[in-house]
Design a protein around this ligand. Sequence first.
Ligand code: IPE
Ligand code: IPE
Ligand code: MG
Length: 247
Amino acid sequence: MDLSRLDRSTVPRHVGLILDGNGRWANARGLPRIAGHQAGELALFDVVHGALEIGIEWLSAYTFSTENWNRDPDEVQFLMFFNRDLLLRRRDELHDLGVRIRFAGDLTDPRIPDENKAYMQESEALTAANARMHMVFVFNYGSRWELTEAARRVAAAAVAGDLDPDALDQATFASFFSVPEMPDLDLVIRSSGEHRLSNYLLWQAAYAEFSFPGILWPDFGREALLDSIVEYQRRDRRFGGAIDRPT
Ligand code: IPE
Ligand code: IPE
Ligand code: MG
């Protein structure tokens, strides 16, 4: 990677990846969709190494959405197996790199195999003291679930007398999210040329910049990550303010 292209002073703190296009990548090669997911793992870990070089603090990756249960049962079953297998094969590498592993999503869902839940908890515990980068696997996640769940928990706290509804502000509400410490997204990258969020971190993306490289996820990698970040660094983030300068 040519890091001289990077402005070190405006590196996005939280980059979210909507890794899309695995199935199309496989189809184009006459392979089953699962071959696309397997190839996508290599792209994801190349991006992890790139993110560490770039100095990103939080990297999140959408690995299974609440809507992905609608896929063919064979593919769903493969994705459950694949996600736990990937964790088992990769968590030591992430640990050695100083990465802290987190999960955002509904992990109480009875459709998630118990083995997955156990590996997830173990991986979080193994890496809990790491601070070089946070890697959030966004798994069995949908923003509408997260927001509804937060509302449900706020209501329960209010009924129990632990929370005064009049004192509820945005920060308190967000403290009921899956990974409360996760900062807002600065940059969302969705591969494959689709231009949508598909229920990904809607609240956290309120002021994110977006990058939509027309690359199928298995062809993505650290160079493509750097391209999106350089593009991001050219953007003018105004957060509702006005700029007054000659055009
Ligand atoms: C993204 O690739 C991976 C997951 C959703 C798990 P897809 O499987 O959505 O690939 P396409 O969009 O069908 O090409
Ligand atoms: C979004 O991709 C979910 C993940 C990347 C895990 P999809 O491929 O499932 O999204 P849609 O169906 O095209 O919106
Ligand atoms: Mg897709």
